[in-house]
Design a protein around this ligand. Structure first.
Ligand SMILES: [Zn+2]
Length: 177
């Protein structure tokens, strides 16, 4: 089932060949990404994020605790489309915002997209379980459908990263003993 909002995004994108041509599926289960230099929006329709509280920002992924709230894969797609439109409307301005670091939102371009695109959508779709994010963090997770807000687990890439971090921790502990 595709939500009305996702259909709307497809409709907007469909009007513009430039945009339509840059959307591609992600085969690495990595989730959404927008590359302004090459004009490519990549996303996986079954990968979204479980949110983390602000105090988890900056921690290693293996130490982060999800807070049970989530952003659906559809909303992540909307997020990346937000970057796309920002760069398309004002490439220089968006590039400047991208370079300005922000503790909770990574940079000001991420903050703009989360506050102006992602969170208003989440507020509208709260009945579907969407929640606004208070930071740019989150644990990339798998979902059973594009509009689901119930994560079924972390992505394979994140599972590997967690395993590596834990192995490093154990190795360091071993050296101390
Ligand atoms: Zn982003």
């Amino acid at each position: 089932m595709i939500s009305l909002s996702l259909l709307l995004v497809y409709t907007i994108l469909g009007k513009d060949k430039l945009i339509r041509n840059t959307v591609r599926g992600d085969t690495n289960r990595g989730g959404g990404q927008y590359d302004p230099e090459n004009n490519i929006l990549t996303f996986d329709p079954l990968v979204g994020v479980e949110h983390i509280n602000d105090d988890q920002m900056g921690k290693n992924i293996s130490d982060q605790k999800g807070n049970g709230k989530a952003t659906s894969p559809a909303s992540i797609f909307l997020h990346e489309a937000g970057h796309f439109l920002n760069y398309r409307n004002d490439y220089e301005g968006s590039s400047v915002l991208f370079e300005i670091e922000d503790k909770l939102f990574t940079n000001l371009e991420e903050r703009r997209v989360i506050r102006d695109v992602e969170n208003p959508f989440a507020a509208k779709k709260s009945g579907n379980g969407e929640s606004p994010r208070t930071n740019h963090g989150g644990i990339p997770s798998t979902f059973s459908s594009p509009t689901s807000t119930k994560p079924t687990g972390v992505t394979p890439a994140i599972r590997r990263q967690i395993a590596v971090e834990k192995a490093i921790k154990e190795a360091i502990k071993g050296n101390k003993n």
